[in-house]
Every structure is written in C-alpha cells, then in structure tokens.
Design a protein around this ligand. Structure first.
Ligand code: PLP
Length: 221
C-alpha cells in the first residue's frame, strides 16, 4: 500500500464533517508530497525544527498543525505560518503565542489540551485549569489568539470501554466550556481526539478532528 492508498482508505471511512490531520512526524517530504498530490492539504507535526524545515521545503498552501507539546521559547519559529496549535497546556504558552501572532500581524487558532488519560506523562490542563485560564484577565486581553476547541489523548490501552469513557469525558468538557464561554462563538467547534488506534471510538464520542499517523504513513522508527 502506498501513502495515497492509505490516505484514501482512511478518508473513505470518514463523514465529511470530520477533519483528518495526517501526522507526518519523522516521515520524509517525499511521502508528504505524495499525500499532497492526492489532494491532502493539512498535515500535523510535533517538533518545531522538523516542521520549519518541512515548511520551507514544501508547497506553501499546506496548512500545518502543531500537535505536540510546544515550548514557549520555540513559538517564534512557527508563528509566521502555523495554522492550528493543538496542544496549548498553559497560560504562559498562550501568552507567548498571542505575542508572536501579534508580531506577525495575524491571529493563531489554538486548542486547549485537556488531560483525560490516566498516564502520568501526558501533558495538558485539567478541566478546572482550563476554566481558570478562560476566566483570567490575561486571556481576556489577548487579541491575536482564537481558541477554537479542545484536544485530548486517551490512555494507550486495549480497553475500549476506558478509551471511550475518556473521549466522552472530553466531549462533556467541550459542551460545558462551549456553553459557559463560547455560547455565541461559532468558531469554538473542534474536538481534536483520536489517533490511528482509536479514531473510530473517538468519532463515536464526538470527535471533529482526528490525528492519524502510522495508519497513513506506516510505522515510525
Ligand atoms: C504521533 C501522534 C499522533 C499520531 O499517532 P498514530 O498512532 O501514529 O496515529 C497523534 N497525536 C499526537 C499528539 C501524536 O504525537
């Protein structure tokens, strides 16, 4: 199977309202171009240096999503072009994104990463921390970031019931935050959840955006 075959295979299982973010981390520009030539325009990366290299090498109409943990001191390198930051996990990071977006005379779309898994190592905000961020004066003053939804990662387990309940928890958090902070903002609409192994479960739970790597590009080393 080629990259474009895999891409079409995944796309054909999706309803039109689900955004597919092929995750091209640690994969070559040639493989990305193959997906691009099959019509794909959105790609996800999780390392700043790798992303900036690929941005420079590849067509400029690609919409790059940053899906991993982003360090504040690296925001400046992607601020000129990044289309969506999936994993905002602190007010400090959001402040920096706002500052760099302003310097570039643009608005950067962001998702708040919410901690839903049990694993200790996962980054993210608790629901209460997300609410606290949205209530902060610092956030209310920001003019160059737009929070368009939430993102989360389920526990890496075979236990489908557990994964489903974590995704459902994120969907419930989304509904509460939508109601309390974005009731009249049509742009707050994305729930980024689901990867190669669990995206069908995520969609059943209400995902609007799935991040799929290995199923499209093959296993990573
Ligand atoms: C790598 C990665 C993915 C894609 O993982 P696959 O299992 O290869 O689909 C999705 N989301 C994040 C945050 C990742 O780092």
């Amino acid at each position: 199977m080629t990259v474009s075959d895999n891409l079409l295979k995944v796309k054909n299982t999706l309803q039109k309202n689900i955004t597919l973010v092929p995750v091209s981390k640690r994969k070559s520009t040639e493989m990305i171009l193959e997906a691009y030539n099959a019509g794909q325009r959105i790609f996800g990366e999780n390392k700043v240096q790798e992303l900036t290299k690929k941005y420079e090498a590849l067509p400029k109409d690609i919409q790059w999503h940053f899906i991993g943990h982003l360090q504040s001191n690296k925001v400046k390198y992607i601020a000129p072009f990044i289309s969506l930051v999936h994993a905002v996990d602190s007010l400090k990071l959001l402040k920096e994104i706002n500052k760099r977006a302003k310097q570039n005379d643009r608005t950067i779309n962001c998702l708040l990463q919410i901690y839903i898994a049990q694993e200790e190592s996962k980054f993210g905000l608790s629901f209460d921390e997300a609410v606290e961020l949205l209530n902060s004066e610092a956030y209310k003053k920001m003019e160059n970031v737009k929070i368009v939804g939430l993102m989360g990662m389920a526990t890496n387990t075979e236990n489908i019931t557990k994964v489903k309940s974590e995704f459902t928890m994120l969907k419930n958090y989304f509904d509460k935050i939508k109601q309390d902070f974005f009731a009249n903002e049509h742009y707050f609409k994305e729930i980024s959840m689901g990867m190669s192994g669990d995206y069908q479960i995520a969609i059943e739970a209400g995902s609007t955006m799935i991040r799929v790597g290995s199923l499209i590009f093959g296993k990573r080393n």
